[in-house]
Design a protein. Structure first.
Length: 309
């Protein structure tokens, strides 16, 4: 049976969730660096017999402060919650990040929220964690006030792989550069997009190549091009193989980014169904074709590549 996580939108938590281990951060993508924090928290959970809670923010603060940033997320909230379950998290506080919350004094955040509201016993944060008005609070301040407010701070050293510090920023860059294998390696899973199939212009169908159209919302835009993918349909346990085009469809003079997925050996209506599309292999960059027959010829080659992936 899948564990159910208690979910809060504010800091008014149940009494049973107070005196817990708390991890604070955006945890976008939940990469290997984050996983190191969670695995360490699990050891404390076992040793101290405490619950684990996560404090995370929506929108990601950077997206709140810089409104022009639209495509930024590595994973959506639902994906995050599913990964939290794997790390035996007991409860999540998904705090709305708004103007009022952004103005909170950093010492007040510690005294009013960490101490009075949560009464946290052990707090896990990354070394570059900042909080409070103008990001004035940091790990140093948290440690300084730990004894006064009866909590312990744990901030393990950053995780390095292949001489790179693993971070959400690095993974976004790898995805936009088309370095999918490395991004998947640092995520410890295949990067994926979750979305609902919407009706499109049926351009694929007209050229004998029907696709599911998915609006990628505020996900980071990986390098536009063709990918080998695995597809999961909600409430269907099958793993289906396919090919996807993530891009602007220059051959058809389109401007909006769109994820188009063709599922191999599948027939059926998927409109309004939720799909999870896992990106397995980057096949080629997006290209503008002068003629449709050139595009069709290229699609046949892409299909061969995707089926081999």
């Amino acid at each position: 049976m899948v564990k159910k996580i208690r979910y809060y939108k504010n800091f008014n938590i149940n009494k049973s969730d107070k005196n817990s281990i708390i991890l604070i951060g955006n945890f976008d993508g939940l990469h290997l660096g984050h996983q190191k924090l969670f695995n360490s928290a699990l050891k404390y959970k076992k040793k101290k017999k405490l619950n684990i809670g996560v404090v995370t923010f929506d929108p990601i603060p950077k997206m709140f402060f810089f409104k022009k940033i639209k495509n930024y997320r590595i994973s959506n909230l639902n994906q995050k919650l599913n990964i939290f379950k794997k790390f035996n998290v007991d409860f999540v506080i998904n705090k709305k990040f708004d103007k009022k919350f952004s103005k909170i004094n950093c010492t007040k955040f510690i005294s009013e929220i960490i101490y009075k509201k949560l009464n946290a016993k052990i707090i896990f944060v990354s070394n570059n964690f900042k909080f409070g008005n103008k990001r004035e609070g940091d790990v140093k301040l948290l440690k300084l006030l730990g004894k006064k407010y009866n909590y312990k701070i744990i901030n393990p050293p950053t995780l390095k792989k292949k001489n790179k510090i693993i971070s959400s920023s690095l993974i976004r860059k790898l995805l936009t550069d088309g370095k999918l294998n490395l991004a998947n390696n640092f995520l410890n899973r295949n990067w994926s997009i979750e979305g609902v199939v919407k009706k499109g212009r049926s351009m694929g169908k007209k050229i004998g190549f029907p696709t599911c159209n998915i609006d990628i919302k505020n996900y980071v835009i990986a390098k536009p091009g063709v990918y080998a993918v695995k597809v999961y349909i909600q409430n269907n346990n099958k793993i289906l193989k396919g090919i996807a085009n993530l891009g602007y469809r220059p051959t058809f003079n389109q401007k909006k980014i769109l994820l188009e997925v063709n599922i191999f050996n599948f027939s059926g209506n998927l409109y309004n169904k939720k799909l999870t599309v896992e990106f397995i292999k980057f096949i080629r960059s997006e290209k503008k074709f002068k003629r449709i027959d050139q595009l069709k010829k290229q699609i046949k080659l892409d299909l061969k590549n995707a089926k081999r992936a």
